[in-house]
Design a protein around this ligand. Structure first.
Ligand code: COA
Length: 367
């Protein structure tokens, strides 16, 4: 049975930065309040032309370059997102087309901020079963497009960005060791975008009421988060046959520094064992864990052989954790330039559209 190794990683955030001082010009808040209640100092927000798919493509190409894997070798692409480009088609299909992953099946997964953990687990299980060899998992969000910039309860929290992992099959033991996934839909109303779906399709009335924006009961979400983080971490370690002493680094969902500190207290682990970078990015939802992972690697806090726990929570409610033995790229002499594939993918995509047009004319659909 092959093991599912994490062999590539990449992240990207939009250029535009919004500081706490910028926010204090927009709503009644201030830098001191935001820092002390959340730990956030600034966040990145998407500019014109930047979307969940465009960020996902950039992060993916970086991850493929690290793994030395061609897009054409991918079997599966999962995009975890709560801010897809459209209700359909899936953002994953747009990414598949734009990177030229010609043989990959692609779909979106929605489990809010926990989504990246769920998606990595799904990809790992597919590899472990022998069904596939190479997978790309992306967490990508443009939450700034769904934030009410007049609501100080939510607009201070969120940021945009994307992160990606490549997972590959290998006979060498290691990689994803275990994961737990949990949900409690009874808390669905605590963090929700009420309209724009099939229950309340967008209308003048839903827009008038602001139902297309994020609504959140911050205190309840805070209470829920502090309850589940430590519990999920212990569960996944137990199912991997490991203990807290084995853990080199915990990479938690970056929502609020106080939530992470509560998890550290609950686990009786020093806070230094946790990766925290929400001060510069805010809560990028499902992208926060891969973004923090890339920075942990760049800062030498995560190295081959380390045991790392990813743990998160979010709307749904959802929560989960995953433990992995960190691998790094599989040994390979070859050089891969995934960026080239973007160029050829564009031409391929255009040709496919032209062929479809010609077929339409030949079969009489465009007469
Ligand atoms: N600036 C200044 N004051 C603010 C404010 C802001 N941006 N937002 C709220 N306040 C005020 C409140 O109105 C309240 O005033 P009051 O006491 O006069 O009513 C006071 O600050 C305290 O509000 P409270 O909601 O109790 O603050 P808090 O300490 O719970 O912090 C959150 C609020 C949102 C930061 C915190 O609850 C949180 O992080 N929750 C989890 C949210 C989350 O992680 N969501 C994403 C999940 S993936």
């Amino acid at each position: 049975m092959p093991y599912a190794h994490i062999t590539g990683w990449g992240m990207v955030v939009p250029e535009k930065v919004l500081t706490n001082d910028d926010l204090s010009q927009m709503v009644e808040t201030n830098d001191e309040w935001i820092r002390s209640r959340t730990g956030i100092c600034e966040r990145h927000v998407a500019g014109e032309g930047e979307t969940s798919a465009s960020l996902a493509v950039e992060a993916s190409l970086r991850a493929l370059k690290v793994a030395k894997l061609k897009p054409t070798e991918l079997d599966l692409i999962i995009v975890s997102t709560s801010t897809p480009e459209h209700l359909f088609p899936a953002t994953a299909c747009l990414v598949q087309d734009q990177i030229g992953a010609t043989k990959a099946g692609a779909f979106d997964l929605l489990a809010a901020c926990t989504g990246f953990i769920f998606a990595v687990n799904m990809a790992a299980q597919s590899i472990r079963s022998g069904a596939i060899t190479n997978a790309l998992v992306i967490g990508s969000e443009t939450l700034s497009r769904f934030v009410d910039w007049g609501d100080r309860n939510t607009c201070i929290l969120f940021g945009d960005g994307a992160g990606a992992f490549v997972l590959q099959a290998d006979e060498e033991p290691g990689g994803v060791l275990s994961a737990v996934m949990h949900s409690d839909g009874s808390g669905g109303d605590l963090l929700v975008i009420p309209a724009g779906g099939s229950k309340h399709p967008t209308s003048a009335a839903t827009i008038e009421e602001g139902l297309h924006y994020i609504r959140m009961d911050g205190r309840e979400v805070f209470r829920f988060a502090t309850r589940v983080m430590a519990r999920a971490t212990k569960e996944t370690l137990e199912s991997a046959g490991l203990t807290l002493e084995d853990v080199d680094l915990v990479i938690p969902h970056q929502a609020n520094k106080r939530i992470i500190e509560a998890a550290a207290r609950g686990l009786k682990l020093p806070i230094e064992r946790f990766m925290i970078n929400l001060d510069r990015y805010g809560n990028t939802s499902t992208a926060s864990i891969p973004i923090a992972t890339v920075e942990a690697i760049e800062n030498n806090r995560l190295n081959a052989g380390d045991k790392v726990v990813f743990v998160g929570f979010g709307a749904g409610l959802t929560w989960g954790a995953l433990v992995a033995e960190w691998t790094g790229p599989l040994p390979s002499e070859r050089r891969v330039y995934p960026g080239w594939y973007r160029f050829w993918a564009r031409i391929r995509s255009l040709l496919l559209r032209v062929v479809r047009l010609i077929e339409g004319i030949l079969w009489g659909r465009h007469s």
